[in-house]
Design a protein around this ligand. Structure first.
Ligand SMILES: Nc1ncnc2c1ncn2[C@@H]1O[C@H](COP(=O)(O)OP(=O)(O)O)[C@@H](O)[C@H]1O
Ligand SMILES: O=C(CO)[C@@H](O)[C@H](O)COP(=O)(O)O
Length: 477
């Protein structure tokens, strides 16, 4: 049989990446990418243009039999009755809907009620809170909204050449991050849409894991697509018990689980995955960009930042950086800012600051990992992916702060690969996705550095004790 090719798209926060793979083996044949605009609100047309230029970069889709799109989760795309965008999409890392989130939680009777109904307690990242914010703050725009969808739903729909809002599709993975779709019940909660928005706009049809959304205008099959974390799990072939940490714009820690989560503390989000199972996940707002900011401040590149960090002692002689540069989602401190503790004459060096930045970012993720594994016991090894996994300092320090062995799969775009694997699944429908070769993996043995974690926890406590921190955050529920 002639070789068939499939394409996978990762429309993430900072960029759009496309891989074209052999449908049978998963071998990457070619790759392309294009940047996304900065900021926490973005016109969806910018994602479409980035996808088009990434597709040009990859040499087009003429020889591709099927395509799948994975996207950053939660972003609110609003369309009018003609399929035109009503306003810029509010992204997962836009915290303006923090008060709306608190209101919605109270209105339903508290965090447990939300966890029971949709598997997660909404914070500002969740789509449902952005919908409430829109209704309250921009009633004229809200009145024009006929349909709502997520970034990957929008791109899937554009790829199919449709402008009819009745054609919108999504999948259970991305739908589970809206706050108005129940992973446990496998259906929309129109009551929650009404609570948030006062009425029920058109929402995308939820496809099954190997369902087809339709075809591109050139006739390639289009898979359901999914959220970027769900796609990475599929790209890594993560199985129940595997732990994954992704260090992109967000820091995420997740595992594949047979059953849905319902964490009333709101720390673990009870998402669905892209295969019919579940993906309990903890997400922080501050990961790779903390290192970007540290490198910018020190006027060095990423390699030099890593070398500086590794030249300082573990714990940076007591210098601690709290990495809340974009507010924070876990813990729920949407208005928090970053802070540096432990400045002395001895710690005011570039090396100490670089080390504190890497350690502070990783301590936030280590807390996320502990919360996840506390609720969902998993293996002792963490698969590390995302842009910041390329940092030599991250690779050296993460095993100590996670207290677990870190597995580094060979560098690849695992989100895009997962979307491509979903496309291959659609091309050859079966009970399970096609078996693709597993990546070669570098092993970084775990060790324990409790002192760094303790100093971070203590600095965190001091920071939250400041009246200003209380006044500006909604606090953990
Ligand atoms: N060697 C490196 N060290 C640290 N950070 C890096 C390195 N290479 C890339 N990054 C950062 O990784 C981020 C991009 O990662 P990616 O996983 O693609 O993010 P996203 O999926 O959120 O768009 C950028 O912030 C980039 O600066
Ligand atoms: O909000 C979440 C997960 O709930 C984020 O993980 C987004 O899905 C964005 O991912 P990146 O672009 O940072 O990879």
């Amino acid at each position: 049989m002639a070789r068939q090719l499939v394409a996978g798209v990762d429309s993430s926060t900072q960029s759009c990446k496309v891989v074209v793979c052999d449908a049978a083996s998963g071998a990457v044949v070619r790759e392309g990418r294009a940047p996304h605009p900065d900021g926490t609100e973005v016109h969806p047309e910018a994602w479409w243009q980035a996808l088009r230029s990434a597709l040009d970069d990859v040499g087009g889709l003429d020889d591709v039999a099927a395509i799948g799109v994975a996207g950053q989760q939660h972003g609110l795309v609003c369309l009018d009755e003609h399929g035109e965008v009503v306003r810029d999409a509010l992204l997962w890392n836009d915290t303006r809907s923090a008060a709306a989130a608190a209101d919605l939680v109270a209105e339903l009777g508290g965090p447990k009620a939300w966890a029971d109904v949709v598997g997660s307690v909404p914070v500002a990242s969740f789509t449902v809170t952005k919908l409430r914010w829109l209704a309250e703050h921009e009633p004229e725009a809200a009145a024009r909204v006929a349909a709502i969808c997520l970034p990957h739903d929008y791109l899937t729909w554009r790829l199919r050449g449709s402008r009819d809002i009745a054609d919108l599709t999504t999948d259970r993975g991305d739908a589970s991050g809206t706050g108005y779709w129940s992973p446990a019940q496998g259906g929309y909660r129109q009551d929650l849409l009404r609570t948030a928005f006062g009425r029920t706009p058109v929402v995308p049809r939820v496809l099954g894991p190997s369902d087809t959304a339709g075809t591109t205008t050139d006739g390639a099959l289009v898979s359901a697509g999914t959220g970027d974390n769900m796609a990475a799990a599929l790209g890594l072939d993560a199985a129940p018990g595997d732990l994954v940490v992704s260090l992109g714009t967000s820091g995420t820690a997740y595992t594949v689980a047979p059953d849905g989560a319902a964490d009333a503390t709101g720390i673990v989000a009870g998402f669905a995955d892209a295969t019919g199972k579940f993906l309990p996940l903890v997400c922080t707002l501050n990961a790779a960009r903390v290192l970007d900011a540290a490198a910018r401040l020190l006027r060095v590149g990423h390699d030099e930042l890593a070398q500086l960090a590794l030249s300082a002692p573990p714990g940076a002689d007591g210098l601690v950086l709290l990495p809340y540069l974009e507010g924070e989602r876990t813990p729920n401190l949407p208005h928090a800012t970053g802070a540096v503790h432990g400045l002395t004459t001895g710690t005011t060096t570039a090396a100490h600051f670089a080390r504190a930045a890497v350690e502070g970012m990783l301590c936030g993720i280590a807390d996320a990992l502990d919360a996840l594994t506390g609720a969902h016991p998993a293996g002792e090894r963490v698969i590390l992916i995302g842009g910041a996994a390329r940092s030599a300092a991250v690779l050296d320090i993460a095993p100590a702060l996670f207290g677990r062995t870190v597995l580094l799969p060979e560098p690849a775009e695992y989100v895009a690969l997962g979307a491509a694997r979903q496309a291959a699944w659609v091309l050859h429908p079966a009970a399970a996705p096609p078996s693709w070769a597993t990546p070669r993996t570098e092993i970084h043995p775990g060790r324990s550095d409790a002192a760094v974690r303790e100093r971070y926890a203590s600095a965190h406590g001091h920071h939250l004790d400041r009246p200003a921190a209380h006044a500006s955050s909604t606090g953990a529920r």
